[in-house]
Write a protein of this length. Structure first.
Ligand SMILES: [Zn+2]
Length: 480
């Protein structure tokens, strides 16, 4: 697709603040990611490529967690966002890949960075230059010398291989904490009951709990709920960003109280994970389904808001976004951009004119958000959109200034239907039109969906109101 004169004029008028150098740097990094994933596929048994890539994405997400917890230093930093990434903090390439997919869910990343993980504030912008400065152009992987400080620090701190491919073949286990007693254990990645399998299972040597993915998720939920109860600024995931991108924790305590009240026992305490698991087993469901069913009976909670509330507990990593899912959805884009020749090394594609075209298409894409004439982004405008999102605060300021809403970006296939009843019920004359896009329900494509532009017009601070008010579903959702 190429742009029209009208779109070009619009792009000039908008002055989208994504420098071309950033787009080009992003493209080079995408080329490195293409090479990395190509190597992963090449080292796999041909019948098993998809399973191998999935395990690689799970490992990458775990290693992102390890990197944030053990490598990124925030001690003594009053303003961590002002401290650039140091040489020894350079992420392994698979961690760089996972961080990239994570940042491409800008609202969730922003909420996590503001409320839950101060380490993320060190990455207010994706570290394109740090990564590229350490790349050997010939191999499209890290230059050993240029990444030496990081490799040595990573290996001595984490006991894991720095190189993602080496790690895949040498690091057979990962550490987990028992979701009941907290005892740490090393569990294998591979095998029928290994961590990478949906049937993961291991017995805690300390308390005897048979730990599964379901129990890790339920444990993460109980822990988040307990922490949010004690720390009003922590909030449950997906509850603290308003439609215009402000962080607002004022309603979080009310949401937590409503959830707590629904789950508490006679003494007002949360049931233990073991008791919840036993109750779920006798009801014949998973623990997370049991929790969801229980919450759906709570008067104060809108049923259609529950999927949003529970979204972060569909996986056990400490992120609001499911980074493994996001990685799977970025993979075709990485392939597409490479196959178009835009991220292949040593080519003169894209030209400046190609990029001008992409900016014009992106301007048109954004303009259509306002004028309810939505279309899916093509890969060129998507590239500019993604690059924009990697400049986290720049994107937020620009997009809120222009659209009056903080436009989110979610992996294709995420269940946008969960949000539909809510949007359908909102009729606000001051509305800004937005859309929910799904890949599998074409009827939604032309539907006009509304989010109020005045998110603070409703009462705050009352449990029932927290889920009744329109602003709870603050993020608006566009998939890609
Ligand atoms: Zn245990």
């Amino acid at each position: 697709m190429s742009s029209t004169d009208k779109q070009t004029a619009l792009a000039n008028q908008l002055q989208i603040d994504v420098p071309k150098e950033k787009v080009r740097a992003h493209l080079q990094v995408l080329g490195v990611f293409f090479h990395l994933l190509d190597t992963v596929a090449a080292t796999s048994n041909p019948e098993n490529v998809e399973a191998t890539v999935d395990e690689f994405f799970q490992r990458s997400t775990y290693r992102l967690q390890v990197w944030l917890e053990q490598i990124i230093n925030i001690d003594g930093e009053e303003d961590p966002e002002t401290k650039p990434l140091q040489d020894h903090e350079l992420p392994p390439l698979d961690v760089a890949l996972a961080l990239h997919s994570y940042m491409l869910s800008p609202l969730r990343y922003f909420e996590d960075s503001e409320l839950r993980s101060p380490q993320l504030k060190r990455m207010q912008e994706y570290p394109l230059a740090n990564i590229l400065n350490a790349i050997d152009p010939a191999s499209q992987a890290y230059d050993e010398l240029k990444s030496l400080a990081a490799a040595q620090f990573w290996q001595s701190t984490t006991q894991l291989k720095f190189d993602a491919i080496d790690s895949m073949s040498n690091d057979a286990t990962r550490v987990i904490e028992c979701p009941s007693c907290g005892t740490a254990a090393s569990v294998p990645w591979a095998g029928a009951h290994g961590f990478a399998s949906p049937d993961f299972e291991y017995v805690c040597a300390q308390c005897g709990l048979v730990v599964t993915h379901d129990l890790l998720r339920a444990g993460k939920f109980l822990k988040a709920l307990a922490r949010a109860k004690n720390d009003a600024g922590f909030c449950l995931p997906n509850t603290a960003i308003l439609v215009r991108g402000e962080v607002d924790v004022s309603r979080c305590a009310a949401i937590v109280a409503a959830v707590w009240e629904c789950l508490q026992d006679d003494q007002g305490a949360l049931p233990s994970l073991k008791d919840l698991a036993a109750a779920a087993a006798s009801a014949g469901s998973s623990t997370m389904t049991f929790i969801a069913n229980k919450l759906s009976t709570a008067d104060a909670l809108r049923p259609e808001s529950l999927p949003i509330l529970l979204r972060a507990f569909e996986h056990s990593y400490p992120f609001t976004q499911d980074v493994v899912v996001a990685l799977h959805h970025q993979r075709p884009f990485i392939n597409k951009v490479f196959n178009e020749g835009w991220s292949a090394p040593q080519t003169d594609v894209p030209s400046d004119a190609d990029l001008d075209d992409a900016y014009a298409l992106y301007a048109d894409f954004l303009d259509r958000v306002i004028h309810i004439q939505r279309r899916e982004p093509g890969w060129q405008d998507d590239l500019i959109w993604h690059t924009h999102q990697l400049l986290l605060q720049t994107y937020r300021a620009f997009i809120v200034g222009y659209l009056h809403v903080y436009l989110d970006h979610l992996p294709k296939g995420e269940d946008a239907n969960a949000f539909r009843p809510h949007y359908d019920n909102v009729a606000n004359p001051k509305a800004v039109a937005v859309w929910v896009e799904t890949t599998d329900t074409p009827a939604l494509e032309t539907k006009k969906l509304f989010v109020p532009t005045d998110p603070l017009s409703c009462q705050d601070g009352v449990a029932a109101q927290a889920f009744l008010t329109n602003e709870f579903v603050a993020p608006i959702f566009a998939n890609n």
